[in-house]
Write a protein that binds this ligand. Structure first.
Ligand SMILES: [Zn+2]
Ligand SMILES: [Zn+2]
Length: 238
């Protein structure tokens, strides 16, 4: 791996050499138990490992962003049945992170504003002392859920031990609900990249309905479960 890969820009097309690293985090020694079968201490420990790997890889030469995500089940793109998460460190900031980073402008965070509004509304799924989960307005996926620390933190490592526990507790509860309907899912962490103040969060995307011709051809998503109904589903397990 060469830490300094030039970006080749022609008159029309742009490319660069591949650079980065890819790690697998094995969540349990069991071949059959899944993350949603594990207790809260195991989920808290997993977040501790995420934090360690993000911190280690973010300081490696040439790395600009560390993506942490999980694929569960066939429709979630999981290629291994053994419960695991993945960490991919890249020499570029992913476009979604750049796009979300404009949410903080002139010292004002739009996610902080959304959290304040959603805490009082019909899309609230779970809330504890320092974290909150809601089904986002105009959800893209059936039962989509986002988890935020209520305080404006920009990285997992910004959270205190108690805040990390609260955050993990909400994911644990969310996954127990998904287990009750046995669906595939993805989740991914979104942290601030260097120079950005993005409000740290996790997006949980159950993969029940496939995006098909209309979604791919129009960029418009059809979601048959309203976020208000999704939030009701999560709250039944509260
Ligand atoms: Zn914020
Ligand atoms: Zn996000």
């Amino acid at each position: 791996m060469d830490a300094k890969q030039p970006l080749h820009s022609g008159s029309l097309l742009v490319s660069s050499a591949a650079y980065g690293s890819h790690e697998i985090i094995v969540e349990t020694p069991s071949r059959t138990r899944q993350l949603w079968d594990l207790g809260l201490p195991a989920v808290i420990e997993l977040f501790g490992v995420y934090m360690q790997r993000i911190n280690a890889l973010a300081s490696a030469p040439g790395i600009r962003y560390v993506s942490v995500f999980k694929n569960h089940g066939g429709s979630g793109g999981a290629s291994l049945a053994h419960s695991h998460s993945q960490v991919i460190a890249t020499g570029f900031i992913p476009p979604i992170i750049k796009e979300e980073s404009i949410s903080v402008r002139n010292g004002i965070c739009r996610y902080c504003m959304v959290i304040e509004a959603e805490r009082k509304g019909a899309r609230l799924c779970f809330e504890n002392r320092s974290a909150v989960a809601f089904s986002p307005y105009a959800s893209r996926f059936n039962y989509e859920l986002w988890i935020f620390p209520k305080r404006h933190a920009t990285a997992l490592s910004d959270l205190s031990r108690a805040e990390l526990r609260d955050f993990a507790e909400i994911l644990h509860r969310s996954l127990r609900r998904l287990k009750s309907i046995g669906v595939s899912y993805n989740y991914f962490l979104h942290c601030a990249s260097s120079g950005s103040k993005l409000h740290f969060h996790l997006e949980l995307a159950p993969r029940i309905a496939a995006w098909a011709g209309f979604e791919l051809g129009s960029g418009v998503t059809i979601n048959t479960v309203s976020p208000e109904a999704a939030a009701g589903f999560y709250r039944q397990g509260a």
